[in-house]
Design a protein around this ligand. Structure first.
Ligand SMILES: [Zn+2]
Ligand SMILES: [Zn+2]
Length: 251
């Protein structure tokens, strides 16, 4: 397990960028090379970064188990003051369905799980395809994930943006359909499993009302939040550029 102290100061949280993709993720830009990412993080005053390339089923070219040793070699060749974690954004693509074995995940420095990449062809969908149906599905997936004890953090929880069958306005209803009680209950279960909750800057800022509830309820419970920009290009490595926007949402 990887966890650091619970922090509720955004500037302090923003000293770590816990979600970024290298060129081993097909969606990342060609500038996302480990040595350049680490140099940019150091320039920005970050103290820790996590490389979280996608782990998808059937992604034969880019499977994380092959890339991890290459990233470790690249890391060994550079000198940096930034703590670099070699992790993965692992798919939990249904209740109890994982893209990697628990044994392999144990070899990673950081295990970030995405529970809502519904645009991927292998993802499990709920029978009830309404916003509430998807919210209940995500809650069930997370409940099982926490009981498995596999996760260090949950990526962009409850965001409905990847559900292509929903209209734009309905995607936003997915997190909004979760009650405060349900949110508190699942966040408490995550905390008991020593799993952090991501402040994914893109999702956090695009869902301000939900994000405020998420922050306030999480803070009340005493959960761990990790901040990540989901960087796909070097320009997004710097977390500090988003700090004021996040503070505006939670004030
Ligand atoms: Zn993701
Ligand atoms: Zn990502």
């Amino acid at each position: 397990m990887f966890i650091f102290d619970a922090i509720y100061d955004i500037d302090e949280l923003a000293r770590r960028n816990m979600h970024m993709h290298t060129t081993f993720s097909g969606c990342a830009k060609p500038d996302m090379i480990l040595k350049d990412i680490a140099a940019e993080a150091e320039r920005c005053g970050l103290i820790m970064i996590a490389l979280t390339d996608h782990s998808n089923l059937g992604d034969k070219q880019r499977i994380v188990s092959k890339n991890t040793p290459i990233l470790r070699e690249q890391l060994a060749e550079i000198t940096t003051n930034v703590k670099v974690l070699i992790g993965s954004e692992i798919s939990v693509y249904g209740v109890g369905k994982y893209s990697e074995t628990a044994e392999f995940c144990d070899t990673l420095d950081y295990r970030l799980y995405s529970q809502n990449h519904y645009h991927m062809p292998f993802w499990e969908h709920p029978e009830d395809k309404s916003p509430r149906g998807y919210a209940e599905h995500m809650l069930a997936v997370l409940e099982e994930l926490f009981s498995s004890g596999r996760a260090d953090c949950v990526a962009h929880p409850f965001a409905g943006g990847y559900i292509r069958t929903l209209l734009e306005e309905d995607k936003r209803k997915v997190p909004d359909s979760i009650t405060d009680n349900e949110l508190g209950d699942i966040m408490e279960k995550g905390e008991r499993a020593r799993c952090a909750w991501e402040i994914n800057v893109g999702e956090f800022c695009s869902l301000p009302e939900f994000s405020r509830r998420y922050w306030n309820i999480g803070r009340e419970i005493g959960v761990h939040f990790n901040l990540g920009t989901d960087a796909h290009t070097l320009k997004s490595v710097d977390t500090r550029q988003f700090a004021d926007k996040i503070k505006e949402i939670i004030k």
